[in-house]
Design a protein around this ligand. Structure first.
Ligand code: FES
Length: 201
């Protein structure tokens, strides 16, 4: 199972350093680990715990609170179909049923080839495109059953690779400006030592 790789460990240390309290970086580090592997492996959660000074159980407890963080492996494409009121009225349950038939899985399951995980979602804030569907957190709706089949073919063939990133990735643009710690240990920033790169309180 994957631990944070060297590059991400370095990024993680720098992320921790921009917060007054290391544990405030817990969620950003979870997203970093998820961008690496698509889900939060137990080993990555141990790394995060060590970096922010909490227990692995606390990392797991926090991660399981949030729908966008996965503590179990998911498919290369996480397909979320909203069934909240606006989407329900626009045929979301029929679409979800079609998706289950088309993919051969029930909600919450992953196809045998590891390509698709199907999720039922609450309002995704895309009610104007009901029934709303997201793949790897990118909007792809509104879809009817034929549109869904087309989407599946496109995703399998890679035709939407420019539009839909790898699973686990939230942001494709890495921060290179703004909040950056000059001291990756964070000590200078936390103690306001301007000589060491920190900002005096
Ligand atoms: S009700 Fe489906 S996106 Fe809002």
């Amino acid at each position: 199972m994957a631990r944070l790789n060297e590059e991400n460990l370095e990024r993680a240390r720098r992320l921790v350093a921009v917060y007054p309290e290391p544990r405030s970086a817990l969620i950003p580090l979870c997203h970093l680990a998820q961008a690496q592997d698509g889900w939060l492996t137990p080993e990555a959660m141990e790394d995060i715990a060590g970096l922010v000074g909490v227990t692995p159980a606390e990392v797991h407890g926090t991660a399981t609170f949030y729908d966008m963080l996965h503590t179990e492996p998911v498919g290369r494409h996480v397909v979320a179909v909203c069934t909240n009121i606006a989407c329900m009225l626009a045929g979301a349950y029929e679409l979800l049923e079609h998706a289950e038939d088309r993919l051969g899985v029930s909600v919450g399951q992953t196809t045998g080839d590891g390509e698709f995980t199907l999720e039922e979602a609450e309002c995704l804030a895309g009610c104007d495109a009901a029934p709303c569907v997201q793949v790897n957190h990118r909007f792809v709706g509104p879809l009817d059953p034929d549109g869904f089949d087309e989407l599946v073919e496109d995703l399998r063939s890679g035709a939407r690779a420019d539009e839909v990133p790898r699973h686990g990735i939230l942001c494709r643009v890495e921060r290179t400006v703004g909040l950056l710690a000059t001291d990756p240990t964070g000590e200078a920033e936390r103690h306001g030592d301007p000589a060491a790169g920190g900002t005096a309180p």
